[in-house]
Structures are given as structure tokens and as C-alpha cells.
Design a protein around this ligand. Sequence first.
Ligand SMILES: Cc1ncc(COP(=O)(O)O)c(C=O)c1O
Length: 494
Amino acid sequence: MRTTADLHAEDNSPLEPVTRSGRLDAGLPAEPFATYRKPLELAAELALSYLEGIPRRRVGADVALAEQVRSRLARPLSEIGEDPETVVAELAAAADPGLTTMNGPRYFGFVIGGTLPAALGADWLTSAWDQNAGMHITTPAAAVEVIAGAWLVELLGLAPETSVGFTTGATTANMTCIAAARHEVLRRAGWDVEADGLQGAPPVTVVAGEEVHPSVMKALRLVGLGQKTGLRVATDEQGRMRLDALRRALGSVKGPVIVAVQLGNVNSGAFDPLEQIVPIVRELPNAWLHVDGAFGLWAAASPRLRPLAAGLSEVDSAATDAHKWLNTPYDTGLAFVRNESAVRASMSIAAAYLPASPNERDPFEYAPEMSRRARGLPVYAALRSLGRRGLTDLIERNCAIATLMAERLAADPAVRILNDVVLNQVLVRFGDDDALTKEVVRRVQADGTLWAGGTVWHGLGAMRLSVSGWSTSEADALVSVEAILRALHEAQRA
Ligand SMILES: Cc1ncc(COP(=O)(O)O)c(C=O)c1O
């Protein structure tokens, strides 16, 4: 195995002495650091046996097991603490039956995505290194975000000057982008929202589709714009914003406006017609165009799917998740903001004890948190291990599998696919009957071959399949289709 010293040697850059005055080996205590070895070796062993066992595990955990997990772990907190290895061992043994195999190939719930090996390796190191990546000055490791961010801006076809903030998820990425939008549209209206707040400010109109994701609503609440005050634009049968309705809504708008567009409807996977929306929004004197693409934004990395996201290079901001379709571990969202000074104005803080890095990027100026883990490292590792083609293949393979599952399921006369499968989302209805559909979802979850959740789509109950993991194969898809149809036929006979 290559050590850090080997890697330095290959790099032709000799290791520096530890300090300017020489190596630090003069009797300083090393014992505390030896105590990491046993619990970490045990954790690595347990993690690997979990990961290698994924293909054989049932997918969904029985929620009733939560009580068992709780009762095995609950105890009065000890006065003197416990042996670290015992703590790790007992935690793992008790939690294991309650784990959902979310990072496995047949987890089709929500839009979860399983962690890539390089991203997980980098994430372990991120924890071991324990860097506070909020400021450039606290760790040069924060600079890795700059590389990952530049790759992302280019891969997704965003405007080259776009800044990137690493957030906990798409909810906080949406919030970051909307805070930047709020700053900029109010600045243009002559109002300093960071200094003076919203009381007495010119009203900001927020325009979004009727099927906007609730996290955008939450972001609006959090930045004080309120979730009910905006205009909702009618959507079509796939959940896409209707252009005639958008034009009508914008026709009545005066003053600052934020338009929130969705790339990737959480149910149907449909994309708002961004390319046509851009010129409509650009006609307004003071508008900001934001995109929520929590998972759909990744389509822009695929030459085949990119037309769905045409217009992305023109937007003011976009939010997505690396922990969804880039398959990094939790928790990493990405806030892309084209006008860097707007995001810095809304996120920056200053204090005498916080050293400024005038020539470097301080991560806390691009996201809500100050202290935080170096979540750019797993993003960097994921991108580097996939390469351009790997990322394109991941996205396109998942979409092809979604289409295959839809086609195979639709061959049964009792199955109806409710959406156009344009991406990785499939909405499946059984017997054109809500009760039967619910029952099939229940039976599928109880069976454990795969996991899929239920939803309601335009008034009709449906099973929702999201394909977003690198390890999902065609064989997994076919086994899953079989299990779904088995559950359907059993439910029909019952
Ligand atoms: C379209 C959309 N936006 C935002 C979110 C919120 O993402 P997160 O859970 O990472 O905050 C989701 C989550 O599923 C989503 O699908």
C-alpha cells in the first residue's frame, strides 16, 4: 500500500520538516492517537462487511425495528464513559437490523443515490482529518472545493463566472440562492436588505410553478419572503410550468421579482421549459431567475439529456444535490450563484477574530454555515473517479433503467405508467385503483427485494420509482419488476 510519503516522493516534492525548526519528536505524548486504531479498524471492518453484504440484504427496514434498536441502545448515560471499541461494536450490532439499504441497487425511494467508493473513501478521510472548512485560512483543504466547483460549473454548462457554495443539501442550496436573489433585486431597487431587513422594503414578488418543491417554499420562509405571498403558475399534465400562464403572471408584476424554475419534478422528473422561460424573464427590468434542480440538474452533464436543461447558462442561480445524483455521501448540496458579489453580500460575516483571506475564497461566504466539514473532498473524489464519461454513463444508465422498468411493468394489463419517463422517475398505478396501488406498495415494501414509496400524482395514487444509484444494474431492475408484478398479482388474488 502506498503511504503519504510514497505519494509525496512520486510527486517529486520532498516532505517538509514538520516545523521550521525541525521534526517534532522530542518526547511529546503519542499515546492518545494510538487509541484511534482499534475503534477505527473495527469500524472499517464493519463498514466493509455491510457494504459487501448489500446485494444480499433486504432493502427496506421494518420500521417496527426502530423500537428494538432504541431499546438495545437506550441506557442511563455512564458517569465514567466506556471503551471506544465497545461503543462502536454495540452501536453497529444494535443499529444493523434497523438499517435501510438505501445505498443499494434496488432502493428506488425518494431520490437517494448510493455512495461511490472514492467518495466514501474521501468522506472517511474528511472525518479523520476533521478540518473546519469554513475558512481558507483554517485549512488549505478548503481549496479542493475550488477545483471541484470549477469542474461542476463546466460539466453542467453554467455561466463560467458562476460561484459555488457547498451546503448541507438542496433545501439550504435553494435558501442560499434565494438569499442572494433577495439581496440583488432589492439592491437594484435601492434597498439594503442585509442592513435594514424586509420591514419597509419594496415588495419582492416570487413566481414559481404550482408543482414547485416544498423545499423552495421553506427557503422562502427562511429568508422572510413567505411562502404564500408569491404567484403560482399553472403547470401542464407532466408538472411543467406553462409558458402562457407564466407570461400572464409576470404581466401583472411590478418591481423586484424572483422566478423559481424547476428542473426535475420530484414525481414525474419533468423539466420546466427553461430555454423558453429565460427570454420571458429577461424582459423584466429587475428579475432574478433561479433553478431548483436538486436531482434534475445532473441531466445537464449528459450530452443526450442536456437539451432538457437548455438555458442553464443564462440563469442567475441553481441549486442541486451532490448526495443525490453525484452519489456522494450525505450531506452535500450545491448553491451555484452567477453574481458572486450577491451571494457574498448575503452570506458574509466579519469579526476581528476571523482573519480575512483577501486573495482567496472563504467557503463561508457562499453558504449559510461558518464551521463545517470539508464536504468538497468527497465531491472532488466522486468527480475524479467518474471522469466526464463516468458521470454521463451514470446519469444515462439510470434513465435507461427507469425506461426499461416502465416498459416491463406496462406490459401487464393492470399497470398504467402515469408520466412520460423523460428522466429517472416512473409513476406506476395498479388496476387504476388507489386502494390496490397502496396495497401493492405495502406488499413490495414488506417483501424487501426492493424499496419504492407511494405518492399521489394529479389526484391518482401511484408507486414512485426513482433510479439514481451507480450500482443499479439491468438485472436489479428486472428482479425488481418481477417482485412488483408478484406483489400486484398476489394483491389481486387476495
Ligand atoms: C426538486 C427537489 N428540490 C429540493 C429537494 C430538497 O433536497 P434536500 O433533501 O437535499 O434538502 C428535493 C429533495 O428530494 C427535490 O427533489
